[in-house]
Design a binder for this molecule. Structure first.
Ligand code: DI6
Ligand code: FE
Length: 402
């Protein structure tokens, strides 16, 4: 059992709702008992019964909730660096495709790689996120597109959570792309839905996602997957309005989606529907950047309708080979116009909400002690730096890592 302790000489960005955006407490103390926060406030106000605890001085550093990457695809085989090179040497999308590139190449590499090798590569990616103060990672399947490989990906994702001090939330994304040579409807009914049922029965699935897009699946096809998710009692989320608007968001909100992700082409009506359904908008600037997208997500509409905005890496080998959540925060500010406080909310309290987690993402009494202690004094610096990692140390479930 962990001894209780108190972090002293800190500035705390609690990210608790309803104040300056950061919920800053200066000259603060933060009491941790049994892996949970039991008191946070100005040092002078610390209750009598907490005065004898072991004190850990933090040298005036900033503490935030540990970061949460609420949208990743970090389990995959192979790399797409070659096609990046080809495109920059003048090859067209068709040339890349003819040379066996694109999502199809990731699917075959993921099918061909052993579970051990997939895990090995994914752990390296998880470690990169953890090193930036991340304590929870959502990980999707979706590069198998066959029964066995979808299950294999989810087992690997679960193992990451067992082998590293990080919470892993798994998402079944069987409806990610139509496998080569297969009809989309046949795939949904004979592969995707049966794989979801088995994965759920084996305890491998926390949430269900789909890719609703002209190049992937229609809203009617996704609806069948969501009906199955609902029958199994699993929450849903959706890749929607990334490259076009084909009605994914109204569908997602009808199913009470935890989040609607990408949303560059979402309309004001979509934002309104998301607000009514309580869905979080997950902004993914890494994909926007990589694909040279020009349509920005309707950030002002999300603000006007009080839709919480999360920010994530979307780490995947094709459209977002982005291994830094801090950089995603910076990009969300520079490319989409989020304020640094919105960007930090996007990777803490709103990211927790996008995953349906209510025990983390803010610093408050009763929450898990998942914290990031930074070598900076002002929270605005987190989104300001480009490729800078100011993490001093992480606290995971109350355990201070150094
Ligand atoms: N949206 C994307 O941008 C990626 N998947 C998705 O649903 C693309 C995935 C890839 O190219 O590997
Ligand atoms: Fe994605």
């Amino acid at each position: 059992m962990l001894n209780p302790y108190v972090l002293v000489d800190v500035t705390v960005a609690t990210m608790a709702p309803g104040n300056d955006g950061y919920g800053l407490v200066r000259d603060a103390s933060l009491v941790v008992v049994d892996g949970h926060i039991t008191w946070i406030g100005p040092s002078g106000d610390r209750p009598e019964h907490y005065t004898d605890l072991e004190e850990k001085p933090c040298g005036g550093r900033l503490i935030t909730p540990a970061l949460i990457d609420c949208h990743t695809h970090i389990v995959y085989g192979g790399t797409r660096a070659r096609e990046f090179e080809m495109r920059l040497n003048g090859a067209s999308y068709e040339d890349v495709s003819r040379a066996g590139g694109g999502i199809v190449s990731t699917v075959s590499a993921t099918r061909n790689q052993s579970e051990v090798d997939l895990l090995h590569a994914a752990l390296v990616r998880a470690d990169a996120l953890i090193a930036q103060g991340v304590s929870a990672i959502e990980i999707k399947s979706g590069y198998g597109l066959d029964y066995d490989t979808e299950l294999k990906m989810l087992r690997v994702a679960r193992k990451i959570g067992e082998q590293r001090p990080v919470r892993v939330i798994t998402t079944f994304l069987g409806a990610h792309a139509v496998p080569d040579g297969m009809d989309a409807d046949v795939y949904i009914d004979t592969v995707c839905i049966p794989a979801l049922e088995t994965a759920h029965a084996e305890g491998l699935v926390d949430m269900v996602d789909g890719f609703c897009e002209g190049i992937a699946f229609s809203a009617t096809q996704i609806e069948r997957v969501f009906e199955k998710a609902q029958a199994l009692g699993l929450p849903v989320k959706l890749h929607s309005d990334q490259l076009s608007n084909i009605g994914g968001t109204p569908l997602a909100t009808q199913f009470g989606a935890l989040s609607v992700d990408h949303v560059e082409y979402a309309t004001d009506a979509d934002a309104k529907a998301m607000a009514q359904a309580g869905s979080t908008a997950v902004l993914l600037p890494g994909a926007f950047y990589t694909l040279h997208e020009t349509q920005k997500p309707p950030v002002q509409a999300f603000r006007d309708h009080h839709v919480p905005m999360a920010v994530a890496t979307d780490w995947n080998p094709g459209s977002s080979p982005l291994g830094s959540l801090l950089l995603a925060m910076n990009m969300a500010c520079t490319l989409f116009g989020l304020t640094p406080a919105e960007a930090l909310a996007g990777t803490t309290c709103h990211a927790a909400r996008a995953l349906g987690l209510d025990d983390c993402g803010v610093i408050a009494t009763g929450k898990r002690a998942d914290l990031a202690i930074w070598n900076i004094e002002e929270p605005g610096e987190l989104a300001y730096g480009i490729g800078i990692n100011p993490l001093h140390t992480r606290v995971f479930g109350g355990v201070m890592e150094r």
